[in-house]
Design a protein around this ligand. Structure first.
Ligand code: DGP
Length: 137
């Protein structure tokens, strides 16, 4: 991450207001300013890194601990039964703010929520290739 704080860094610094949903020593959650649906929440670490793979184990654990709790609160308050958790890394993967964040996006009966194109392939390149890939990863 460069020297300039991201918009989420500025929210953490208190320079930009947000509608706070949850906060502890490692994590802040707040309403997305451009919600895809009612109750669209962003969950961010206080650790200032751009991408998921840069997170410390401690920050990752702190996020993992609270994501289900915040999801439950979003479900209870908005009445949604379905939701997506989205986490983008890199501009080509639709990341606009380069501070790690998880979206919790309710899917409501009116159809609002995350729209997805999912061009699924098939893992048919042969058992050997798939096994080698899995092992390498
Ligand atoms: P992404 O494409 O995954 O980087 O999503 C960034 C999200 O951040 C996008 O849904 C809009 C939201 N966002 C951008 N600027 C602000 C802001 O100043 N305040 C809040 N609450 N959300 C913001």
């Amino acid at each position: 991450m460069g020297d300039e704080p991201t918009i989420f860094g500025r929210i953490l610094d208190g320079d930009i207001p947000c509608h706070r949903v949850y906060e502890d020593q490692d994590v802040l959650a707040f309403l997305d300013v451009g919600p895809l649906s009612l109750g669209h929440v962003l969950v961010i670490p206080k650790e200032r890194v751009a991408f998921l793979h840069e997170l410390s184990d401690e920050a990752a654990a702190a996020l993992g601990r609270v994501l289900p709790r915040i999801a439950r609160a979003v479900m209870e308050v908005t009445g949604c039964a379905d939701y997506n958790v989205l986490q983008n890394n890199g501009a080509d993967a639709h990341q606009a703010v380069f501070h790690v964040h998880f979206h919790i996006i309710p899917k409501h009966a009116d159809g609002s929520g995350l729209g997805l194109v999912w061009p699924a392939g098939e893992l048919v390149q042969g058992e050997t290739l798939a096994a080698a890939l899995a092992e390498a990863i």
